[in-house]
Write a protein that binds this ligand. Structure first.
Ligand SMILES: [Zn+2]
Length: 328
């Protein structure tokens, strides 16, 4: 899944999950003589690279879970891109000392309760080249309910502001004058993009690990508390085509009205309006980044300025939800 510049695999997987349930229901009606073929999504779920056995047992410390990419997991990553129509050919990336230091520094800067959440919910962390996005998180099947994460090596070099601005501009035609600041200029160091992206991915891992919302591997029942929290909220922001190809991007003239709609919505960021899973991941990352780490999130558009909504009344129920989750 992803984030920021992440793979847009949710819709296919959601449909695939429904297909799995239908197939399982049909299978229960079959006699022993009745044979069926597994659907592509069902086969995908059973891929060796998705299974715990393909991954090393999690190290105690979070930074030590940064591991060389196992071949089966790389194959799963490639298969996932093909299945979801976002083909890429990632390759294993040999991690150097500078990159390891970027990751270790980011983890060391996290509040202890956030590191504890990550140690509980993140089983492994990998770095590849040519991921086709900035990051991707996948869920292990229950009962473990952990996730593993894959990051593109470029996010260990890019500054937070360059990455955030690039992402925000990806929905609009070239020349749209939008900028997003995630770090004060004097702190906007190479590799600074990693921490916010990691927090977003951690949001995915936490939401799956604690069954806060339905996911492609676990979507039966109605007891998902974050999904319930937002169930009756009407959508007010139209679909924003992040990471769109040039022909699908919005004209610059639509940016002003779109950001104004977002700024009146219950989404902390515009990216959060993309869907339920992204909404939670952005709420989680925003809360840690803005409220706990006291970092800026300032969007500028042709003279207008907007702040992250997580600290504003429009996001109060979501802020309270995340605060309750993180409370020690
Ligand atoms: Zn995401």
């Amino acid at each position: 899944m992803l984030d920021p510049a992440e793979r847009s695999s949710q819709s296919v997987r959601s449909n695939g999950s429904r297909a799995i349930l239908l197939l399982l229901a049909l299978a229960s009606l079959c006699t022993s003589a009745c044979r069926r073929e597994r659907s592509p999504v069902e086969q995908h779920r059973l891929h060796p690279g998705r299974q715990l056995a393909a991954h090393a047992a999690p190290a105690k410390m979070l930074a030590e879970r940064l591991a060389p990419m196992p071949p089966d997991v790389l194959q799963y990553l490639i298969a996932d891109g093909a299945l979801n129509g976002t083909p890429a050919t990632p390759t294993a990336h040999p991690i150097d000392e500078r990159e390891r230091s970027v990751v270790a520094t980011a983890f060391a800067s996290l509040p202890p309760q956030i590191r504890a959440l990550a140690e509980r919910h993140v089983g492994a962390i990998y770095i590849v080249d040519d991921l086709g996005s900035s990051a991707w998180t996948e869920y292990f099947d229950p009962p473990g309910r952990q996730s593993f994460m894959v990051f593109d090596a470029s996010v260990l070099r890019e500054t937070a502001n360059a990455w955030a601005t690039r992402k925000e501009r990806s929905a609009f035609a070239d020349g749209t004058d939008v900028r997003l600041e995630l770090a004060a200029t004097e702190n906007d160091d190479p590799g600074g993009a990693f921490r916010f992206i990691f927090l977003h991915e951690l949001g995915h891992a936490v939401s799956y690990g604690q069954r806060l919302l339905p996911t492609w591997v676990d979507n039966v029942g109605s007891e998902f508390p974050y999904a319930r929290l937002v169930a009756d909220v009407k959508r007010t922001v139209p679909n924003v085509p992040y990471y769109a190809t040039a022909d699908r991007r919005l004209p610059a003239t639509q940016a002003k009205s779109l950001y104004a709609l977002w700024n009146a919505s219950n989404h902390p960021t515009l990216y959060a309006s993309v869907g339920l899973e992204e909404d939670f991941a952005e709420c989680f990352a925003s809360f840690v980044h803005v409220e706990m780490l006291r970092q800026p999130y300032r969007l500028s558009l042709a003279g207008d300025h907007y702040d992250n909504g997580i600290s504003q009344p429009r996001c109060a129920p979501k802020r309270a939800f995340i605060a309750g989750l993180i409370a020690p």
